[in-house]
Unconditional design. Sequence first.
Length: 294
Amino acid sequence: MKSVSIIGVGRVGGALTIALAKKKYKIENLFFRNRKELNVAQFLNAPPKELFVNDYSQINSEIIFITTGDSEIEKVAGELAKKLRGQPYVFHTSGSLSSKDLKVLNEIGCRVGSIHPLVSISEAVTGAEHFADAYFCVEGDPEAVLIAEKIVLDLGGKSFSVKTEYKILYHASAVTACGHLVALIDVAIEMLTRCGLDETEARKMLMPLVKSTVENLNTQNTSEALTGTFARVDVKTLENHLQIIKETVSRDILEVYLQLGFRSLHLAEVRGVDQKNIAEMQNKMLLAKKNIKC
Ligand SMILES: NC(=O)c1ccc[n+]([C@@H]2O[C@H](COP(=O)([O-])OP(=O)(O)OC[C@H]3O[C@@H](n4cnc5c(N)ncnc54)[C@H](OP(=O)(O)O)[C@@H]3O)[C@@H](O)[C@H]2O)c1
């Protein structure tokens, strides 16, 4: 059985506490900054020593998770490096930071890594259920990665690795697929409000369309899942779209439409549609893009 200490018992730290305890990890210490967080100790078989920050000298666990917010991780790592007596495995769960941000612990002999669950955890109890079947990005010292993979397996998740220097690009990808998707839908909602619909109505109406598209991506690659004007290389409809967006919405949104349009056209090309139509559509879009700048 692996013994664990968790520093920062918020959404992810709380969820990990509950999920690891269920998998027979021994939760030895929980480090809080204040006690307003959910009392996760009630989900554990054996009560942990609940401690406040800066009491790291008492840690004796084999594994330490730093699950504070990103901006606190380096500071906590520095404090740990000053006070730790053993050489445990230390992980953080940030998507944008890498094991390099735990360098100070590596220098005192700890094996360090990051374990990022690619799911959204809004609170600890339901979050503990979300780890099963989730993908986790793990990176760090080879020995730490092996332990991270075992932890992910125990949680019922699937691990994959990226090189440490690409961890931030991995995170940019996650933001593109998640946060930017929301921003994109916000753009579509704005267009619908110009048609006279209210915002809530517009958001609800778009959901079946968005859900079916995401469902298609579950089984088809991106060029197969592409539907609509660009998949059909429909030049006339494209022209009408460009004109109405320019006239009734904004240049910024026209730019977003065009930029994604170039990518969609590339997907249509991969699928093998008529090259002549592709070239015609591309020329119309390049002209519209040039005109935005004027
Ligand atoms: N939530 C997600 O969906 C998600 C998903 C994947 C990865 N992550 C990553 O997981 C990490 C934690 O995110 P989160 O969403 O769980 O944040 P969170 O809910 O804000 O939890 C962070 C917790 O750490 C505590 N804390 C901060 N500094 C501390 C310190 N020095 N000592 C002890 N406790 C401290 C905070 O206490 P206070 O309440 O006093 O601030 C808070 O309870 C981040 O690196 C984040 O990027 C989050």
